[in-house]
Ligand binder design. Structure first.
Ligand SMILES: Cc1ncc(COP(=O)(O)O)c(C=O)c1O
Length: 319
């Protein structure tokens, strides 16, 4: 059953839609638009859901909120938790690069590090939350509807900024939550007769490291998890790599429903596009976020396409 979300939701952080970009000549195409989420308060699309989770936690009487993260979501939850006066407890796999560790500390969050994979960390934090009566903001939680609501706002903004529905929307995929939420936004507009079509979705992720892309490219209707032994995190692919995607089945369904596409992107491609955005457009695009641009370049011809650049990292530099 399709879930209802409220189109007139409370105001989240918002982001610009950019058309005049250059990126050294090779992405200079009038039919491609960039939805630049890097302007959000902590620099990623996660701010759209973190604020809602923190406010939801407070209105339900919680004084602690927990999340498992590769870094971006943790920084975002920690920021809003501090802003609204509750404690954030952030779980991070200890072998992750922890680029945002100091920032999370600055927001006065507690950090739990464990030698676990990201997916195991989610389950670990979920158990701790249940035992200690903390609010669970991790992907796939019982509070997941907030994620979908938060990300559907991106679709409403795209429609109000463009005044039409683009042919394609390209989104970086880890758990698939962002892609699914944006789809839900367009679906709601469509169902309420505000628009007459839903875009085709392009899912971009890291080479051989994401169940949504793997399942779609193999023609599977049911999401297939990957073998944890066969995936390898790098500093670049951390936001995207997963052997189990918590909203993966929903994202996979969107690809089939919208006649969408799925694209693997290498670390080198992500890195070089990200460098191009920085150099030519002054946009500090996180390499993992640039995956959506790489995917769009492969798929889109003359159609209109919005590329969701999910995050920024001004300080990001390859080691
Ligand atoms: C910057 C950025 N982009 C994309 C993603 C992937 O989003 P999702 O897990 O909703 O598919 C993440 C997830 O951590 C992220 O931090």
């Amino acid at each position: 059953m399709e879930m209802e979300t409220n189109i007139e939701d409370d105001k989240p952080p918002g982001s610009p839609l950019i058309r005049d970009f250059d990126i050294g000549g090779f992405l200079n195409r009038e039919n491609i638009f960039l939805k630049w989420e890097g302007v959000n308060p902590t620099g990623t699309q996660k701010d759209r859901i973190s604020k809602k989770h923190v406010l939801n936690a407070i209105s339900n009487g919680y004084d602690k909120i927990s999340v498992a993260t590769c870094g971006n979501y943790g920084a975002s939850i920690a920021y809003y938790a501090e802003k609204y006066g509750i404690k954030a407890i952030i779980g991070i796999p200890s072998d992750y690069s922890n680029i945002r560790y100091n920032e999370i500390k600055r927001y006065n969050a507690d950090i739990i590090e464990k030698p676990l994979k990201y997916e195991e960390m989610v389950e670990y934090m979920r158990d701790l939350s249940d035992k200690n009566n903390w609010y669970d903001a991790s992907p796939g939680s019982k509070n997941n509807e907030i994620d979908i609501n938060g990300y559907s706002q991106i679709a409403y903004e795209i429609y109000s900024q463009l005044s039409y529905v683009p042919d394609y929307v390209s989104v970086p995929v880890g758990n698939g939550t962002t892609l699914y939420g944006i789809y839900k936004g367009f679906y709601n507009l469509y169902k309420n007769n505000k628009v007459n079509k839903i875009p085709e979705f392009i899912a971009a992720s890291t080479l051989n490291g994401n169940p949504v892309i793997y399942s779609f490219l193999n023609g599977y209707r049911k999401l297939h998890d990957l073998n944890p032994e066969n995936i390898s995190e790098t500093e670049i692919n951390e936001p995207l790599i997963s052997y189990k995607s918590f909203d993966g089945q929903n994202a996979l369904n969107v690809l089939y429903k919208t006649n969408g596409k799925a694209v693997y992107v290498t670390d080198d491609e992500m890195y070089s596009l990200s460098e191009g955005f920085k150099k030519y457009d002054n946009l500090p695009v996180l390499p993992a976020s640039a995956s959506a641009a790489a995917a769009a370049l492969r798929i889109v011809d003359n159609e209109t396409c919005v590329v969701v650049l999910t995050g920024s990292d001004k300080k990001w530099k390859r080691q």
